[in-house]
Ligand binder design. Structure first.
Ligand code: NAD
Length: 471
């Protein structure tokens, strides 16, 4: 049992004022593996006050100072990647390879922010005006459970790069991972108060950050419903917001696609992070003329996708994070059957050979129409919907017929045609033919997928405010 009973305020680990305890689980066994003592409103105020005190001096640090700090943060976290990988597996259930990628990602975003800063000019001349990009003040950072260390790291990296200070409210379900990250970041020796980390409930600590007049901006990653609540609360004090929310991303398979390549691409994008990924390509748009061929191919391919023990190197899909998430995914599988979609693979219940954990069968529905619930709602589990289409025009229309606009994928042999389709999809990012991710490209969504962008220069400028001085 791990007892997490400290939060991090003003450069030291302190016992929270809050006394509520929250159980932490291993999703692969459904057993309680730890307990976190949650901070409350008093703790949130103390953390905001520390960040506020640290801001004047920190905002005047030089670019070179901050680059050095970002590299120290990366080094300190890198020294704990083995511990972090282990915690991600144990507390989140990510398969081994994914967990180790997650730990490495958290390190890499500090180095990327340092690189972005190297070439960024905080001052520019516009006509007679000298324009300076000013840090915002105290920022509230709120993260979800599906990649908690990475989101703490990428948001904090941009806060430090910009010269602001912050209070971080991590997912309360990820406290073991947060503890390792906090210990590592502490070792980097940043000035006290630059970052403060308060475990707590969303409706307590998170809500207090959104309401506080001392918080200049909220950067939030999580569900669209919570994002909406934060946006409403932030309006009162004109907070800047970056909201990274949900998705229902289309995977458009064009009729010239090579299925030997497109099917693994579709499964990889659809089942990424055990299906608990905001960017998962969950609507697979397939040309009617090749539907039977695609169905046969993906049915065979999915039979080799192993859902089970995250420590088994062959596992591609780990357990859902919680009983609640498992129940939710099961209810969507039921709904898909009730609404008349064809169950091609998987279905309700646990995969063979798994026992107590929150495991789900890799599931694929076909003959889904885009107005069915399983095509509209973000399921956040390994459940994919094949939607047949008649023409490229119709595929683009279906791809765009969603409240979301976070990500999209296009597969086709004619690269020019595939890129032309990508250009017409309303999404913050489109991946053509499994191209690798560009880490410093902007990341974020259109429509209900959020507001603003993270990463690279766009991500940095989301924490800066232009100020023009004339004369
Ligand atoms: P969630 O919205 O339930 O919780 C996210 C965070 O917000 C948690 O720390 C939670 O405690 C906090 N919170 C809850 N209520 C709050 C409130 N009223 N005020 C302030 N904070 C509050 O989301 P989740 O279930 O942890 O994560 C899954 C969701 O995150 C999915 O919808 C997924 O698509 C989304 N997500 C988006 C991205 C992206 O980059 N666009 C990335 C990962 C996850």
């Amino acid at each position: 049992m791990k007892n997490i009973d400290r939060i991090y305020i003003d450069g030291v680990f302190v016992a929270p004022h809050g006394t509520e305890l929250f159980d932490l689980h291993n999703p692969a066994t459904a057993r309680v593996i730890g307990r976190v003592r949650l901070g409350d409103v008093v703790d949130t105020h103390a953390a905001i006050a520390a960040a506020k005190r640290a801001f004047p001096a920190f905002s005047r640090t030089t670019k070179a100072d901050r680059i050095a700090m970002l590299n120290r943060l990366a080094d300190a976290l890198e020294a704990r990647t083995a511990d972090l990988t282990e915690a991600v597996i144990e507390e989140y259930g990510a398969p081994l390879s994914r967990a180790s990628w997650m730990a490495d990602y958290a390190v890499s975003v500090f180095r990327l922010a340092a690189q972005t800063l190297e070439t960024y000019d905080f001052t520019r001349q516009i006509g007679s005006a000298r324009v300076t990009m000013e840090p915002l003040g105290v920022v509230g950072l709120i993260t979800p459970w599906n990649a908690n260390p990475g989101f703490i790291a990428n948001k904090l990296a941009m806060v430090v790069a910009s010269g602001s200070t912050c209070v971080i409210k991590p997912s309360e379900m990820s406290a073991i991972q947060t503890q390792i990250v906090t210990e590592a970041l502490h070792e980097a020796g940043l000035p006290a108060g630059v970052f403060n980390i308060v475990n707590g409930r969303g409706d307590v600590v998170g809500a207090e950050l959104s309401n506080s007049p001392d918080i200049a901006k909220i950067s939030f990653t999580g569900s669209t419903a919570t994002g909406r609540a934060i946006l409403r609360a932030s309006a009162e004090t004109f907070k800047r917001v970056t909201l990274e929310l949900g998705g229902k991303s289309p995977m458009v398979i064009l009729d010239d696609a090579d299925f030997a390549v497109a099917i693994p691409f579709a499964l990889g994008a659809g089942y990424a992070n055990s299906g608990q990924a905001c960017i998962a390509g969950t609507r697979i748009l397939v040309p009617e003329s090749r539907l039977a061929e695609f169905e046969a191919g993906i049915k065979e391919a999915v039979s080799a996708v192993k859902s089970g023990d995250p420590r088994n190197p062959e596992t591609a899909i780990g357990p859902m994070v919680s009983q609640r998430q498992w129940d939710c995914v099961q209810s969507y599988i039921r709904k898909g059957c009730e609404e008349g979609a064809t169950l091609l693979a998987g279905g309700e219940g646990r995969p063979d050979g798994t026992a107590d954990g929150w495991f789900v069968k890799p599931t694929i529905f076909s003959n889904v129409s885009n107005d069915m619930t399983i095509a509209r709602d973000e399921i956040f589990g390994p459940v994919l919907a094949i939607i047949p289409y008649a023409s490229d025009e119709q595929a683009i229309a279906i791809a765009n017929d969603t409240d979301y606009g976070l990500h999209a994928y296009v597969a086709g042999c004619d690269e020019i045609r595939a890129r032309a389709v990508a250009d017409r999809i309303i999404a913050g990012r489109v991946i053509v033919n499994a191209a690798p991710m560009e880490m410093s490209a902007p990341f974020g969504g259109f429509k209900h997928s959020g507001i603003g962008r993270e990463n690279g220069v766009f991500g940095l400028e989301a924490y800066l405010e232009p100020k023009a001085v004339m004369g």
